[in-house]
Design a protein around this ligand. Structure first.
Ligand code: NAD
Length: 485
């Protein structure tokens, strides 16, 4: 199978924060892979912009080191790396001052697509938007890419949206959620809307419940001070888990077109019911198995910030009323795993002996560690001895099914950046979506902040999360799928 690479138009992509962790780990390696795939036109330029006075050669060396660290050896022939580095420029710019802006202005060309990637701390988003605009760098076709987090509550997200709207049209703003760039997430839409098989069953009549899990094995690492002010609800649920929920639950859009898709996602968020206190569990990991606890990691013995959240979410609309969506995410869990599990109902009537009955069908959409899907179906256990039923996986791991083309599924950032250059906003969050998501999560966070008796439930580092999260499902006569890979 030969992968089809559709070249994009020539561009100037300015990466504010071009020396930072995200730029070195994801953005530049992603662009390099697009270069290798032949997608980057000869006239394309990537301009790093940060505070340090590096010069172009200094920046190219920094990125050469980043590629060595974050791109596999066999994907780094010397001439390819050199060819990619030729596309890189650098300007020392201060987002909060006048330094470097004249230099940046003179570096940009009028005839190509222009995009500014805000890969800096969110505290600088407004400064950058204002300066990019004030220096006359915004043309009708100019785009900005805004990293997460987009606000820390509804009020701040509204303020940021309003600020951006004074300088840019909504069609120019690309709010990134890299989960939306994952191959499997798009495959969820392909499977739902490209087959006759699933959509007729995709509702409360046939689906018992949905589980969405994003489990990490890492703790808060070096991000302790940031994370402690944020917590799992803001860091993961409001954005990534809600996006996965929306794509699973949304109505079929009339076309696969940016606003048609985003309108449907927004309707899902707006249909989410307020979450009553018993339907949400927050947890905090404690030392176990030689791993430190959360309080040690963030060096704050009094912290009540959650490193784990589980929610029983209910969508009050015709399609989903009565089918709960269980969301769960946490750090320092047993395995690194992101998946959506759609559990179908049992057959209405079994023609087989009661003890021969198979398990309900289950569709698992895996985002991590290996992207793929797995549908469990019931068959007859082979061999004599009567009609005994077993359930078996119809497994499709993309790396197995697609062979070398599976290389293309490795990183979401590169796909999303190419979408920015193409001017396709389908996989980016619209301002109203982000606000609606905060409007749903804010009351939960506020209830925690208002009552500090509601401390997070402890769970062992390396475990499956707090007991209370298990109880959340047991109460409904259901259980979480194990966190294991
Ligand atoms: P970082 O601290 O490693 O890098 C920040 C960059 O901003 C550096 O290049 C720095 O030189 C530049 N900078 C700082 N002050 C500046 C100023 N006044 N003017 C111009 N440039 C300035 O941060 P990061 O981890 O790369 O994160 C960047 C953004 O991406 C943040 O919004 C973060 O929340 C988001 N993000 C990061 C990750 C990640 O894995 N690192 C993941 C998801 C989202």
């Amino acid at each position: 199978m030969v992968s089809r690479v559709i070249p994009v138009d020539p561009f100037d992509l300015v990466i504010f924060g071009g020396t930072g962790d995200l730029a070195r780990r994801k953005i530049l390696p992603g662009l390099y892979r697009r270069y290798l795939a032949g997608q980057m036109p000869a006239e394309a330029r990537v301009i790093g912009a940060a505070r340090s006075d590096l010069g172009v050669e200094g920046y190219r060396s920094l990125i050469a080191e980043a590629l060595e660290e974050f791109v596999a050896d066999d994907m780094r022939p010397a001439e390819a790396v050199a060819g990619f580095l030729d596309h890189l420029g650098y300007v020392a710019v201060d987002a909060r001052g006048e330094t470097g802006w004249a230099d940046l202005t003179s570096n940009l060309r009028d005839s190509v697509v222009r995009a500014f990637y805000f890969s800096v701390t969110p505290a600088l988003f407004s400064d950058l938007a204002e300066r990019v605009h004030a220096h006359g760098l915004v043309e009708p076709d100019t785009r900005i890419v805004v990293e997460k987090p987009f606000g820390r509550d509804l009020a701040s997200a509204r303020a940021l949206n309003a600020e951006l709207a004074t300088h840019f049209d909504e069609s120019q703003i690309y709010r990134i959620d890299h989960y939306l760039g994952k191959e499997t997430v798009q495959n969820l839409m392909a499977v739902r809307f490209g087959n006759i098989l699933f959509e007729p069953l995709w509702n409360a009549q046939y689906i018992d419940h949905v589980q969405i899990t994003v489990a990490e094995t890492v703790g808060v690492g070096g991000r302790g001070s940031y994370y402690d002010k944020s917590g799992a609800m803001r860091d993961m649920v409001q954005n990534h888990l809600m996006q996965l929920l929306c794509l699973t639950a949304m109505e079929p859009p009339a076309q696969f077109e940016p606003d048609a898709v985003r309108d449907e996602k927004l309707k899902v968020i707006r249909a989410l019911q307020a979450v009553p206190e018993p339907d949400v569990v927050r947890g905090q990991y404690t030392a176990a198995g030689g791993m430190p606890g959360y309080l040690e990691d963030v060096e704050n013995p009094d912290s009540t910030t959650e490193s784990f959240v589980a929610i029983r979410a209910q969508i009050a609309n015709w399609r989903w009323s009565g089918t709960p969506f269980y969301l769960r995410t946490g750090k320092r869990l047993r395995a690194r795993l992101s998946e959506i599990v759609v559990r179908f109902k049992q057959t209405r009537h079994s023609i087989f002996d009661a003890d021969a009955r198979g398990a309900p069908n289950e569709l698992t959409i895996r985002l991590q560690p290996d992207e793929g899907m797995d549908l469990r179906v019931t068959i007859k256990e082979p061999g004599p001895g009567g009609m005994r039923l077993i359930d078996v996986p119809l497994d499709m791991t993309f790396a197995d099914a697609l062979g070398p083309d599976a290389e293309d599924v490795t990183d979401a950032y590169e796909r999303l950046i190419m979408d920015v250059i193409r001017g396709n906003q389908t996989l980016f969050m619209r301002g109203d979506e982000v606000e609606a998501a905060w409007a749903w999560t804010d009351p939960i966070i506020e209830s925690w902040e208002a009552d500090d008796r509601l401390r997070p439930a402890p769970y062992d580092a390396g475990g499956a999360g707090p007991e209370e999260a298990l109880a959340l499902m047991h109460r409904d006569g259901r259980r979480w799928k194990d966190i294991r890979t």
